[in-house]
Ligand binder design. Sequence first.
Ligand SMILES: [Zn+2]
Length: 305
Amino acid sequence: MPELPEVEVVRSGVAEHVSGRRLAGVEVLHPRAVRRHLPGPEDFASVLVGRVVESVRRRGKYLWLSLGTSGAPDSGAPAGGHAVAGGQAVLAHLGMSGQLLIQPSRAADEKHLRVRFRFEDEGPELRFVDQRTFGGLSLTELIPSADLAVPDSIGHIAADPLEPAFDREAVVRLIRSRRTGIKRALLDQNLISGIGNIYADEALWRARLHWAHPTAALGDEQVHRLLDSVVEVLGEALVAGGTSFDSLYVNVNGRSGYFSRSLSVYGRAGSPCPRCGASVRREAFTNRSAYSCPGCQPVPSEPHW
Ligand SMILES: [Zn+2]
C-alpha cells in the first residue's frame, strides 16, 4: 500500500508530464477501474474529452487531476486570499497495486492496463495500470476552499503534515484530547492524514515513544517532537523515493521505495536498534504489527494497547 511519500513521488511525476494538456481520448479497458463512476465507463470517457488537466494535487495518500476547460495551465491560488474555486477532478485510488504511468503512445500496452488517456498534442499518454483492480478512477466535484480544493468524496480527510493547511497547534491539541494510543492517533486520517504503518513506527522510534503511549498522558512538547519526527521521516522518504523513477516512468510498485534501506525498526524484528543496539521487538497491533525498540521506547505505565 503506497503511503504519502510514494504518492507524492507519483504526483510530481504525473504533474510534470500532464499539467496544461488537453485530453483527446479516454479508453476504459476494464470497467472495474471506473466502477465508482456510476453512469458507467462510456460516460466517464466522454465527459473527459476536451478537458484540460490544470494541475495534479495530493492530500495524504489521495491524488487527483484537477480539470479545467481552458488551455492555460493552472496559475495557482488566486492572490488576495480568495477561495480556490471548485470544479471537477479525476480522483485516483491506487489501492494495493495501482500505478499511473507516462508512456509514449507507441509503447506496448501493459498487461494490466485499465485506462488510457490520450492528449490532443499526441505526446506521451497517461496510463492507469492495476494488476489487482482494487484501485480505480472516479470523477468527483471539488469543494472550494481557502487553500486546497479537495474532492468531496475525501472531504473528511484531514490535512497532511506536509501541506500548508496543516494546523499543527490544533492537531497537537486534538491528539492530547483523545483517549487512545499514540499510534492509533497517528493513523487516524480524520486527525492527520498520510501516515501509514511504516512511517508511524519510524517516527515513534525517532521520538522515543512507545506506540501504546496514551495520548492524554503526552505533553505538548512530546507531541511537537513526535510531529517533527513525522515530518522528518516523510521528508527523507520523499527524497529517497524521488530518486527511484526516471522522467518517463512513475510508479508506486515498492512498499517504501529506496527508503526501505533506511528503516530503523519497521520490519526489522530481532535486528539491533541503530541507536542503542537492543533487539527490535514486534508486537501485535490491530491486525498488523508494531515495531519498536525495548531500550529506547519503554512500555508506558498505563499502555493503551
Ligand atoms: Zn534503541
